[in-house]
Design a binder for this molecule. Structure first.
Ligand code: PNS
Length: 165
């Protein structure tokens, strides 16, 4: 069985991520979308919330499994018997970090290869950080996320505003 993992923070999942998920899922029997638990970043959404949003967004893709992992990606891959990592590439600016991760993972676990999927042009400037920033200041980010993610972001920021009053 051809298995791959698409790891990330997914805080929250964007349409750019979903484009990569759809394209990767069509090339493997199972695609694990794996949310990192022990990130140094301070996420807006809990791991459970992020997995919930991913599950809703991918409910029509039968071979996608949304899971969490902590520790190293190579440990998850080895445990799940996965030898392919999927990562999306937007601009050249992504490349150095992505290349470093791919080479480090390969060094730590030689069975593991990384496949880069170039983003669809329309998602070139979409990122979770940009979406959060636009949402925070009540801008229009509709084209970048699903309706569920839009609602979840609005709830987070409206809730925060209420708490700050
Ligand atoms: O969406 P992100 O934040 O760019 O995803 C980064 C992620 C989660 C893929 C990366 O940070 C990761 O794999 N972290 C797990 C820890 C690890 O394996 N580090 C060594 C590889 S550099």
């Amino acid at each position: 069985m051809r298995k791959a993992v698409y790891p990330g923070s997914f805080d929250p999942v964007t349409n750019g991520h979903l484009d990569i998920i759809e394209r990767a899922a069509s090339k493997f029997d199972v695609l694990y979308v794996a949310v990192l638990e022990n990130s140094g970043k301070k996420p807006l959404f809990t791991v459970e919330e992020r997995i919930g949003l991913l599950e809703k967004a991918t409910k029509n893709i039968n071979n996608v499994k949304c899971v969490s992992f902590d520790g190293l990606l190579v440990q998850f891959a080895e445990r799940m018997d996965i030898d392919t990592v999927i990562r999306g590439l937007r601009a050249v600016t992504d490349f150095e970090y992505e290349f470093q991760m791919a080479l480090t993972n390969k060094n730590l676990y030689p069975r593991l290869d990384t496949i880069f999927i170039p983003t669809n042009l329309i998602h070139m400037y979409t990122s979770s950080s940009i979406v959060k920033e636009i949402a925070k200041y009540k801008g229009n980010f509709e084209s970048m996320v699903t309706e569920d993610v839009k609602k979840a972001l609005e709830e987070k920021f409206n809730g925060k505003e209420e708490n700050e009053k």
